[in-house]
Write a protein that binds this ligand. Structure first.
Ligand code: GLN
Length: 313
């Protein structure tokens, strides 16, 4: 007797095909499906892509290898390791913090709790700095104020083979991470990292003058609503700069004329909507704005500042 559509289903063993809710992680395909659903529910914007990156990390496989073998089984240990990573991301810890590293300017940077997670927007400063170097073989002196992971300084030094640089930060943990990044990139003989605090008087004493100055200071308003990835994982001192987000510029800009060599420029990262306010602070600090550079989204992201020329001398 053949079954009709209305006859009750006989009891059967568990189906061999994927369960519709994709909750098990028996193989790559199922694991990706389950993780994507979980990350999506947690509000992660690109859940499938991030699930793939996390699984690749857990299994030590490239994205291509994952795609090529969706039925490769996961061992219990691999499944547990992957679950732990997915749980962290579902808790809105950024991938870069989970992996402990971030790519910036095509280079790999280690992160620590005292370093900001470098943003692609900050590559605008590297590009703008290099565009102002007439000859990349010059032995330029480069200064990075608030170096964090060292990303700005080390990216620029990686392009200028005879340049030397100094990265300053008030956070000892950041300086240790920046020094480790310099070493990992083979730049330790040309990059020094030192502790400095631009809120104390005479903090520039003995530093000398520089051919290029880079800075990505804190510029977020203390009341700003930030994504959990930022608010809970970037260090607050690297983000916040008072109620109007301008406190670091007020502290820092007046010292730049003492640090700039003749004809040198400073590249200063700014937040969205801050260009005019920071340019005004620069003018009152005896600096002139020679350019304003937008990031890839068209937002002004970098002011190029020079010491004001004294007229009539
Ligand atoms: N660009 C970072 C952000 O908007 C802030 C970094 C900073 O304050 N310098 O999240």
């Amino acid at each position: 007797m053949s079954a009709t559509p209305t006859s009750p289903r006989p009891a059967s063993p568990a189906p061999a095909s994927p369960s519709p809710d994709c909750v098990d992680v028996r193989d790559i395909g199922h694991a990706l499906c389950a993780a994507t659903r979980r990350l999506k529910a947690a509000g992660v914007e690109q859940p499938r892509r991030e699930a793939r990156l996390l699984l690749g990390h857990a299994l030590g496989l490239s994205p291509t290898a994952l795609l090529a073998d969706p039925v490769r089984p996961l061992s219990a240990a691999e499944a547990a390791g992957f679950e732990a990573l997915v749980a962290r991301r579902a808790g809105r810890e950024p991938l870069s913090r989970i992996f402990g590293r971030r790519e910036f300017w095509g280079l790999e940077f280690r992160l620590s709790s005292e370093t900001l997670d470098p943003r692609p927007d900050s590559e605008t400063l590297v590009e703008a700095a290099l565009a102002r170097v007439p000859d990349r073989r010059l032995p330029l002196r480069v200064l990075d104020l608030g170096t964090g992971s060292g990303c700005l300084l080390l990216a620029v030094l990686s392009e200028l083979p005879n340049a030397t640089g100094l990265g300053l930060d008030c956070a000892p943990g950041a300086l240790a991470t920046a020094a480790a990044n310099a070493a990992a990139l083979g730049l330790e003989t040309r990059a020094r990292m030192h502790r400095a605090d631009w809120t104390v008087p005479d903090w520039t004493a003995g530093l000398g003058r520089f051919d290029l100055i880079l800075t990505n200071p804190p510029y977020v308003e203390t009341t700003a609503q930030l994504a959990p990835e930022v608010a809970e994982h970037d260090p607050a001192p690297a983000l916040f700069a008072g109620p109007d987000g301008l406190a670091a510029y007020r502290a820092l800009l007046p010292s730049l004329p003492d640090l700039l060599a003749g004809g040198a420029c400073a590249l200063v990262e700014i937040g969205a909507g801050q260009a005019d306010a920071v340019a005004a602070l620069a003018r009152s600090a005896a600096l002139s704005e020679t350019d304003r550079v937008a990031d890839l989204s068209g937002t002004p992201r970098c002011l190029v500042l020079e010491a004001q020329k004294t007229i009539g001398m």
